[in-house]
Design a protein around this ligand. Sequence first.
Ligand SMILES: Cc1cc2nc3c(=O)[nH]c(=O)nc-3n(C[C@H](O)[C@H](O)[C@H](O)COP(=O)(O)OP(=O)(O)OC[C@H]3O[C@@H](n4cnc5c(N)ncnc54)[C@H](O)[C@@H]3O)c2cc1C
Length: 520
Amino acid sequence: MTQYALDDTDVAVIIGSGPGGATLALQLALKGFRIVMLEAGPWVANEDFVNDERAAFDQLSWTDPRLATGSWALARNFPASPAWMGKVVGGTATFWTGLTPRFKNHEFRTRSVYGEIADASLADWPIGIDELASYYDRAEVAMGTSHRQGRPPMPANNNYKVLANGAERAGYRHYATGPYATNVEEYDGRPGTLQDGFCQQGDKSRAKWSPLVSEIPKALATGQLELRTNSQAVQVTLDAGGRADGVVYADEHGALHRQRAALVAVAGNAIETPRLLMLSGTSAHPDGLANSSGQLGRNYMRHTTGVVYAEFDQEVHMYRGEPMAGIINDESRHDPDRGFAGGYYMEMIAQGLPSFTTFMEPGGWGPDFTAKVEAYTRTAGIWICGEDLPRASNRVTLSATLKDHLGLAAPEVHSDDHENDLAMLEHAYAQGERVFRAAGSRRVTRAPAMPSGHNLGTARMSAAASDGVVNSYGQTHDIPNLFVSDGSIFTTGAAANPTLTIMALVLRQAEYITANHGSI
Ligand SMILES: Cc1cc2nc3c(=O)[nH]c(=O)nc-3n(C[C@H](O)[C@H](O)[C@H](O)COP(=O)(O)OP(=O)(O)OC[C@H]3O[C@@H](n4cnc5c(N)ncnc54)[C@H](O)[C@@H]3O)c2cc1C
């Protein structure tokens, strides 16, 4: 692998190797940029993934201390785990499920379309569907998404057949097994899926797209990228003129190093990204870098979610096959007649027994709980994914008391559900129950949100520097050579699972950096 000296001032430093960071690394490497990527986690090869839910969680996840506060369900049920994120090369997408819907047109213009909503900080994006359409196309090609760009649809597994049967009988018309970023057949040098059920534990077969099997090896092959694993960025440094000029990071032994940089891009996911920029604060930037607007860490969004489980008389075996290759689209519209703004998707969910028992009824016990566990093989599930509203008070801050293994302030994630979120969730639970009852279930269970896999909005994009942290290219308003390349930059969250949009935004960002390299 190529190696760059710590005092080399002509490298771009990218922090994080998930879909955001890896996409940027590949695009810049292809244009001849010299890149150092800092990844806090290790390289775990596909063959070393463990097909055991609990062991896989420990192998791949970010388990450093965190705190959830506020009235959201997670602060009650999992106060030490507000979010589920990866700490591994490939990031969270190493064990994501892979649904890849696009945003809808109105979801870029929520302030205009939904109007003023009290206690929400809605804003229109400075870009819309037209600016992103070609990048969405490219992202779907990169991921090999099913149902798109000439790729075939994902075959239905049994869990999906239950969902589709209920959807049809409930009167829905727009449901399918994708778009889903897993190979149906051989594509991009990787095999088609075996539908073997394991991928949220890392996909040994490489059929599922992730940066680990696509962008990272391709970027390394250019000879332009040096990937430093077990290297956690702890501070972005500035020169006397206020430009980013390096990144201090801790290696696996906790020793600190400083890599000089011509450009820095932070792609640590929407909790670690604002945390790092806050940890980088100086006397000139006491509230963190790129925070002249005061918006850094604010407007945290994580989608309105919950699960509807349903028991059937016959076997479902939800765990067999791709876990989330099923989506009902009909409710993902803005229709205020339902009593709330924005929309939601109903997505198929499959879990192994350890996750099922942990999340189906947190802290559950007793005969009723046991009966539900015993019905596991006859159970199907719908995961609700809806647009939650940004609020200035829903935010990531540095904990005053909790520290990580490096002695750095841990992130505290505060969130209160907006009444719009609660009205949407109630509607979605009821519709999910309707779908499963239509398919013949006699017993349904509502489960609360799991630790958030979709973390958004904490360095939001805005036209005016006073309203957000970055411009439409993810370039911070305050520091021209400091970029954010992950879901932190979402102005609002839409109902769609976010990763395709993260990649589309970063593809656009990479073109901007390449075109304006001399003047950034
Ligand atoms: C179980 C699960 C299922 C999911 N399924 C879907 C789905 O079906 N569809 C969808 O669109 N999305 C899904 N997601 C969300 C998806 O995984 C994320 O949207 C996506 O991975 C975000 O990409 P990212 O690059 O912004 O961040 P990540 O993928 O989280 O990568 C961030 C990386 O940065 C590293 N990092 C953080 N801080 C530092 C630091 N200070 N120094 C060095 N490195 C650092 C982390 O270790 C990590 O590897 C799912 C998430 C989960 C948990």
